[in-house]
Design a protein around this ligand. Structure first.
Ligand code: HEM
Length: 484
């Protein structure tokens, strides 16, 4: 199944812009975790948000590209926005608004069950008991996740003022973001730095059908065609209804108003995506103390798998191919540069897990994520006091079309897999939770195994949210047939 240009152009008017950008030029912002008290008023609020044009489509930030139909991919970034809003719903949220799964094509069970479901938490983290501040299941479930970002010079819309949301039938829990973690927008490509001090957002898949950005064009020049092609992934791995890596249209769930189940909106899911969201507190002091006492030099960088400035440990000794142009089997098969259990190597093993680089890259392509998270500030921090390394963490947000095969597989089998890549009884050194866990730094003549790693991160909340296309958002805002 392939997308034609006119099909793609239509989709670009519909897909939410977050698929194409992390909005790093909009440094200010917050996440609103919302609960629905009054469904009818919330639908009016949503209609108002759409009428204000604050929820942008992909078309506002990137151009479509169909292979073979244009001479060369054009620059992908289009306009400079000063404010943008992303709206997504948990399954509990869709129910709270009066919607029910279409019988013929319901939502997949991972989304219906929710990330905070105890069995799933056990499966994902081996930990279903520590209390979370928020989740996507039970009576206290978060119903809507709204990501609201604006430029330094902009005044954010009052329609999203947390103090006024109660008037719209919404209860809001606000998670502030930390502008200090993002480069000033005067830089050609603002990057970000997470609280442990590492550059983040460097390695991303390049979805087919979206014209390359300036940064991607430059990356291709630096890395060369073959390594850049490793990053290219079918659009249907991130956007429902489009061809995925199996050349099948990614499954689209349907919905109906619970009051009118015989008239479902079967294409509700088209152009949507799933967000796996985890609020992860980072224990910066613990990492600093560990670095100060651990006899292995640069231990934090070895556990992450990159230098703090972003350079890959795998590529350091060999090819210098830009920040995302390297392979492990080819450049560092033994892990002497980037330890085999390092965070980035577990999160995307690239070519490392198969007999040949080509096979490895092809199978890793089935488990890619578009990362769109940001650093959050702890409650009480103001934008001027929010600084890197102070009591905060990452609001990890990953977009994918198949929660099971992408986010959950990575979290369970790669991040948490005790035997990942031939290792024994280890887990991700940065994200792992098992008490006294170990980490091996491979080396000659023998490697070194460090035991008793403390806990550097704690997940404090999380959920699965559905990021609908704009047509599906309009369907929700219009309400059931009787009140339309
Ligand atoms: C507090 C938690 C986390 C921190 C501090 C963190 C930090 C980082 C850093 C510094 C990088 C390298 C920069 C880059 O390639 O963009 C990275 C890459 C990555 N992380 Fe994380 N991360 C966290 C949680 C997670 C989680 C929960 C997942 C998935 C379940 C994940 C998946 C990835 C992926 C897929 C990459 C790209 C790897 C590659 O393609 O080479 N991260 N992370």
């Amino acid at each position: 199944m392939s997308d034609t240009l006119s099909g793609l152009e239509e989709a670009f008017d519909d897909i939410q812009a977050l698929v194409g950008t992390g909005f790093t030029r909009l440094r200010r912002g917050h996440y609103l975790l919302l609960q629905v008290d009054d469904a009818a008023r919330v639908r009016c609020w949503l209609a108002g948000l759409l009428a204000q044009g604050l929820v942008h489509a992909l078309d506002a930030v990137r151009r479509p590209h169909v292979a073979g139909q244009a001479a060369a991919p054009a620059e992908g970034q289009k306009t400079r926005l000063t404010e943008s809003v992303t709206v997504a719903f948990s399954h509990a949220g869709l129910s709270a608004l009066g919607l029910a799964d279409a019988e013929a094509n319901p939502f997949p069970s991972a989304f219906r069950g929710g990330m905070a479901e105890p069995v799933r938490r056990e499966l994902l983290d081996g930990d279903a008991v520590s209390p979370w501040r928020w989740g996507d299941v039970d009576t206290e479930a978060v119903h809507l996740l709204v990501a609201h970002f604006w430029a330094d010079e902009a005044t954010p819309s009052r329609h999203l003022d947390p103090a006024l949301l109660a008037d719209w039938g919404l209860r809001a829990h606000v998670v502030a973001t930390c502008p200090a973690s993002i480069d000033p927008p005067t830089q050609p490509e603002p990057g970000s730095r997470e609280p442990f001090g590492f550059r983040d957002g460097l390695s991303q898949p390049v979805p087919e059908g979206i014209a390359w950005s300036q940064a991607e064009i430059r990356a291709r020049r630096q890395a060369g065609k073959a390594l850049f092609d490793d990053r290219r992934v079918a659009l249907g791995e991130f956007v429902l209804g489009h061809a995925n890596e199996y050349r099948e249209a990614a499954y689209c769930p349907g919905l109906a108003w619970a009051s009118a189940p015989s008239r479902p909106f079967a294409r509700f899911g088209r152009n949507g995506s799933y967000m796996a969201v985890r609020q992860i507190a980072q224990h910066v002091d613990v990492l600093r103390a560990f670095e100060a006492t651990c006899p292995v030099p640069d231990i934090a960088e070895r556990m992450m798998g990159r230098r703090r400035d972003g350079r890959s440990l795998a590529a350091l000794g060999g090819s210098q191919t830009g920040l995302d142009g390297f392979r492990y089997l080819q450049d560092d098969a033994d892990g002497f540069g980037c330890p085999r259990g390092a965070h980035v190597r577990r999160a995307n093993p690239r070519d490392a897990l198969s007999g040949s680089p080509q096979e490895g890259v092809a199978s890793a392509r089935l488990h890619r994520l578009l990362r769109r998270g940001r650093v959050y500030a702890e409650a009480g921090a103001t934008e001027s006091t929010c600084e890197i390394g102070q009591g905060q963490g990452l609001m990890f947000i990953a977009l994918n079309a198949d929660l099971d095969r992408q986010f959950e597989f990575i979290q369970r089998s790669w991040i948490g897999g005790p035997r990942f890549g031939g290792l024994h009884d280890e887990e991700d050194p940065i994200l792992g939770t098992a008490p006294g866990r170990g980490f091996t730094v491979q080396g000659l003549p023998v490697g070194l195994r460090i035991g008793g790693l403390p806990r550097f991160t704690t997940v404090v909340g999380g959920g699965y949210f559905f990021l609908p296309g704009l047509a599906a958002l309009a369907f929700i805002a219009a309400g059931p047939p009787s009140s339309a």
